[in-house]
Structure formats: structure tokens, C-alpha cells
Design a protein around this ligand. Structure first.
Ligand code: G4P
Length: 296
């Protein structure tokens, strides 16, 4: 709990979300949305569900949408392909990017125009030629919004202070002829709708480890890896086979293989948990996606 006994979500370095922040962030998003024709939402391709705040769908109204499926370099390509189809089924445009390397970013203008096809047609029909398309980028912290905006605008460092509800003068960056981008991203808070969402956000490092106990987090990760990516687990920790074991047994095996012992020969599962999470986030387990699209 945070100050005044209100729930506090601690996210990434220096980011604390209190209900007041959420209200301010929401208000700012709603204000900025009024100025734009297209909403581009950045999501983490490893956790495309948990890295979205579904409130954005309400805020966006019937405004055209573009999903920026970012961090594809860290996600399982086969799953990214499935998510691409899923987002398209929602009627939204989708762009796959690795903002860090700048991959896919140059396709943004074309993707934005495609997502706005109907609107552009209706503008043309009304004789509104030369009207610029205005776009804003939004998303929860750590998905890569600033990196994406900087790459798009050809800048080296972010101007955006990534603090909830901070207001500043609006600036527009011309991306391409007739395409303008709001300089600062809309920042949403992650929505902990259930425990799984919290776990997935913690796997990727989007929420601080302290939010969930490290061994619990490691066991949840091992369970997921056991069912979806057993090879990655077996290869990384030189385990013979991972099926039929409890997550705790797997954690102990990993610790044993790494020689992590406390005095008296007790396995140091706490340290192994921290190492597992570090290695996951460092990409040592390969490209992984933790969520499958909903069939409904
Ligand atoms: P935000 O505005 O949504 O909060 O996210 P931001 O752009 O600050 O990015 C958060 C971290 O994610 C940064 O790493 C950034 O480099 C990294 N990142 C962004 N997009 C991608 C991507 O597509 N792939 C990968 N692998 N990483 C990405 P950092 O550790 O904070 O900084 P740095 O060490 O990379 O400079």
C-alpha cells in the first residue's frame, strides 16, 4: 500500500502509480486524444495482453487504431505472427517493430495511412486536401514508447519525462509529408486485472521484482517454460528433461546444476531465482512469448 493507504504500483525505476496519477494520466490521454486522428498503441510482443491497459479501448472511442507490436526481437516469432492476426481481427492496423534497432519503424507512415484509409477517403470526398494526419503514441511504461518516438523522429534521446500525469506544452514532430506525431507519448498504468497479469509484467521487468516474491516468480516462470518452452529450459540449465516435475523441483535442479549451495549444502534457490529472471530478461533463454491470443 502506498501513502494514505491507497494502492501503490511501483513500476520500473522511479515510477509510482497512485490513484491520483492514474486519474491525471487518463485526463491527459483524453485531452491529447481529442487532437489526433490516429491512436498508435505500443505493446510488448512478449506479453501483448498484459502490456495493454484495456481502458484505452474505452478512451479511444471509435478512433482508428494502430498496434505497434514492439520488442519483436525478444518475442517468439511464431507467436508474434499469431498476435498479428489476432490484432488485425479486432479491426486494428498492426506494425511489428524492434524500436531499439529501429527495425520496422520506417514502415510507420504507410501503416498509419493504411489504418486511416477510410478517414482519408472521407476527407478527400469533402475536399479536405492537405489536412495533416495527426497521431499520438501511447502505452504502459517500459514497452518502448520513447525509443519508438525517438527513432521515428530521428532523435537520440528522449525529451519525455516518463512520469505519470506530467503536462507540458504540446509539440508536433513532422514524420513524413502530411503526417504529424505528438512529441510526448500518452502514458497509461498497467492494469493488474489478475495475478497472472502481474506475473507476466514482472517476468519482463515491467514491474519491480519486489512486487512479487522472487521464488514465487521464478516458480511461475519455470511452470510456464516447462509447458511452452521445455527445450529452452533444458538447454540453458542442462537438465535431462523437465516434464513431470514440480516448479520447485525444477528450481532446485537448476540451482544444483549451477552449483548454488549455501553452507551446509542447502540449495540456494533464492539466488537461482534471481539468476533465472536475470537470464530471462537478458535474452539468455531465447525469444519467448508468454501469452497466447484469446480464441474468443
Ligand atoms: P517507455 O517509453 O515505453 O517507458 O520505454 P522506453 O522507450 O524507455 O524503453 C524501455 C527499455 O526498453 C529501454 O531499455 C529500451 O532500449 C528498451 N527497448 C525499447 N524497445 C525495444 C525493442 O524493440 N527491443 C529491445 N530489445 N529493447 C527495447 P533500457 O535498458 O532502459 O535502456 P538501454 O540500455 O537500451 O539504453
Amino acid at each position: 500500500m502506498g501513502k494514505d493507504n491507497q494502492p501503490e504500483y511501483q513500476l520500473g525505476p522511479n515510477i509510482h502509480w497512485y490513484p491520483g496519477h492514474m486519474t491525471r494520466a487518463r485526463r491527459k490521454m483524453e485531452e491529447d486524444l481529442r487532437l489526433v486522428d490516429l491512436l498508435a498503441e505500443v505493446v510488448d510482443a512478449r506479453i501483448p495482453r498484459s502490456s495493454r491497459n484495456p481502458d484505452i479501448d474505452v478512451m479511444a472511442g471509435d478512433r482508428p487504431r494502430l498496434i505497434i507490436l514492439n520488442r519483436v526481437d525478444q518475442a517468439d516469432p511464431a507467436m508474434t505472427a499469431q498476435w498479428l492476426v489476432w490484432f488485425k481481427k479486432q479491426g486494428w492496423g498492426v506494425l511489428e517493430t524492434d524500436a531499439k534497432q529501429g527495425k520496422g519503424v520506417s514502415q510507420f507512415p504507410a501503416a498509419a495511412r493504411a489504418a486511416l484509409k477510410d478517414k482519408l477517403q472521407s476527407w478527400r470526398a469533402k475536399g479536405q486536401v492537405g489536412r495533416p494526419i495527426r497521431v499520438m503514441v501511447a502505452g504502459i511504461p517500459n514497452v518502448g514508447k520513447s525509443t519508438f518516438i525517438n527513432k521515428l523522429a530521428g532523435r537520440k534521446s528522449a525529451k519525455a519525462g516518463d512520469r505519470p500525469g506530467v503536462t507540458r506544452g504540446k509539440q508536433w514532430v513532422t514524420i513524413d509529408r502530411g503526417l504529424e506525431l505528438l512529441d510526448t507519448p500518452g502514458i497509461l498504468w498497467p492494469k493488474f486485472e489478475d495475478h497472472i497479469t502481474g506475473l507476466h509484467l514482472a517476468f519482463t521487468g515491467a514491474v519491480r521484482d519486489e512486487v512479487i516474491e522472487t521464488e514465487e516468480l521464478a516458480c511461475a516462470l519455470l511452470e510456464l517454460l516447462q509447458s511452452h518452452y521445455p527445450r529452452a529450459l533444458e538447454e540453458r540449465y542442462k537438465l535431462a528433461q523437465v516434464s513431470g516435475q514440480s516448479p520447485w523441483e525444477l528450481l532446485e535442479q537448476c540451482a544444483r546444476k549451477r552449483g548454488m549451495l549455501l553452507s551446509g549444502g542447502v540449495l540456494d534457490t533464492q539466488r537461482m531465482s534471481a539468476v533465472l529472471l536475470d537470464e530471462l530478461r537478458g535474452g539468455k533463454l531465447g525469444r519467448l512469448t508468454f501469452e497466447v491470443p484469446d480464441e474468443r
